[in-house]
Design a protein around this ligand. Sequence first.
Ligand code: SAH
Length: 240
Amino acid sequence: MSSTLRMIKKVVMLTLFCAHDAGAAAGVTDHAAERDQMVAQQIANRGIKDERVLAAMRKVPRHEFVPESERRHAYRDTPLPIGEGQTISQPYIVALMTELARPEPSDRVLEIGTGSGYQAAVLAQIVEHVYSIEIEPTLAQRATELLQRLGYDNVTVKAGDGYAGWPEHAPFDIVVVTAAPDHIPQPLIEQLKPGGRMIAPVGPVHSTQELRVFEKNADGKVISKSVTPVRFVPLRRRPD
Ligand code: SAH
């Protein structure tokens, strides 16, 4: 090999190495391209406009929140199993619920149904703090560890029945319910601040529910509207 050729080879190798390195540093190797595509095709394309929501969906590494066996499907337009018979919602539904909640940086949020922790992480990108309750202790533990590992120190998860809310941290600016009750739990309405928003799928178990937005006005009156039909796993009650 001539010295010029050797030189060219060395430069090419170096360029490749640097390009890879720069990519890793900028985070572009962490499925970022798949997330950009997910946001463009599945989320922005379907009408989600809130820039903070779009940015959060581009940022949170959804593949970390699904089991190893589902990882290659993490950015697909579908819900996925997360174990214990539960599911992580379709990306669009997570984005829609987040946008409907109109999250602000100073907001404190209560989530019912931590599941994988993904919805909590998306909210945590935007708001001050997320309190999240999961009835299945295995999932609560797994989500706690994952969120900690990923550096979400503004999310607090506890194992328990979310029907009763989390009175110690109430009132909340936002309540997001990600398992379907057949009626809205009264404690959750009570723990909502005046001016607060609650997003919940409400309807018969094992059937289609309605995604509803509840808004509490300044004098405590609650107005609700239906947004779209959805299918969520049921909100279970702990037998006691
Ligand atoms: N938000 C989740 C998906 C939720 S799936 C995510 O981003 O991955 C619904 C979750 O609600 C399940 O994990 C289920 O175990 C939980 N759940 C059901 N009933 C509940 C209750 N009463 N209190 C708290 N969590 C409940």
